[in-house]
Design a protein around this ligand. Sequence first.
Ligand code: SF4
Ligand code: SF4
Length: 147
Amino acid sequence: MKKGRVAVIECVQQIPCNPCASACPMGAITVGENITNFPHLNEEKCTGCGLCIAKCPGLAITVINKAFGESEASIDFPFEYLPLPKEGDLVDAVSRAGEPVCKGRILKVKNLAAYAGTTVISMAIPIEFADTVRSMKRLPNPAVEGA
Ligand code: SF4
Ligand code: SF4
């Protein structure tokens, strides 16, 4: 993986889908003529802008920065659950399978109109878990628990 921010695409089902390719302003993602192909990422073209993250209906794209800090990496990931975390919160960082991996520190919570309801969360994690962590555990929802 190249240094700095770069997309990581873990699209595991050959479904007819390609919004990731049209979302990328750099032309870094290609699906090709056959829309059921797995997407291919050209890391050299990827600037790590993150525009593709919220466009993927499969929540399969993250942006990782292994050069975020001396001992920390950052990960930007899509999140569609409420309540949302706040900047500075310490949360449970989880793998793609939802298994707890380590603690993560919330850096930013981005809710842009262009993201159409999908929040993109930036989180700092220990660098050794950069290839494992892909999201955070859902936070308890007081509204539901109190019902
Ligand atoms: S992070 Fe930005 S540049 Fe990289 S693949 Fe996604 S949309 Fe393209
Ligand atoms: S948008 Fe997501 S699910 Fe669809 S092809 Fe791209 S990475 Fe796969």
